[in-house]
Design a protein. Structure first.
Length: 161
């Protein structure tokens, strides 16, 4: 009988730990089938200190299980420049979650999908401030697109609302 080498043993241990963690996450998953990783994510939001819709978007994120760290700043253009947000994609606030840039009123469930899928993107954006987007609720809702963008500036529609 041949003995397993150290790499085989390490792979077996890693697989066992991975399966145990996955089982624990399934047991502690919130109702509704949402991905538990999304509910443990911390998102850092940069916003103007006087923007009410930014505060409403932050509440939307918290209601969906995100841990939010909010930073008030009057230097939003510099924040957007530093994170590669093209002018055509800009909105009122910019956030960072797990290495992705989130620009504007992106719905929490779309961010959760991004974190579950882990595509090769720089981030997501909802350009402007469309009525009906999270934080922009009002008397009417207009359709809008959530735009995916990469580090080379290419864009595509990631979700339609």
């Amino acid at each position: 009988m041949r003995r397993a080498g150290p790499f085989v043993l390490a792979a077996i241990i890693l697989t066992a730990v991975t399966l145990a963690v996955a089982a624990e996450r399934r047991q502690s998953a919130p109702a509704g089938g949402a991905a538990p990783d999304a509910f443990s994510a911390t998102i850092t939001v940069y916003k103007s200190p006087t923007c009410g819709c930014c505060n409403k978007w932050i509440e939307h994120l918290r209601e969906h299980g995100f841990q939010v760290i909010a930073h008030d700043t009057t230097e939003m253009a510099q924040v957007k420049d530093a994170h590669g947000v093209a002018r055509a994609l800009r909105s009122c606030h910019t956030a960072i979650v797990d290495g992705y840039v989130i620009e504007g009123h992106v719905p929490a469930d779309v961010i959760q999908r991004l974190l579950a899928e882990r595509p090769e993107l720089a981030g997501l954006a909802v350009p402007g401030m469309p009525m009906g987007a999270p934080g922009m609720e009002g008397p009417r809702a207009e359709p809008y697109d959530v735009i995916a963008f990469d580090h080379e500036g290419r864009t595509s529609v990631y979700a339609h609302r």
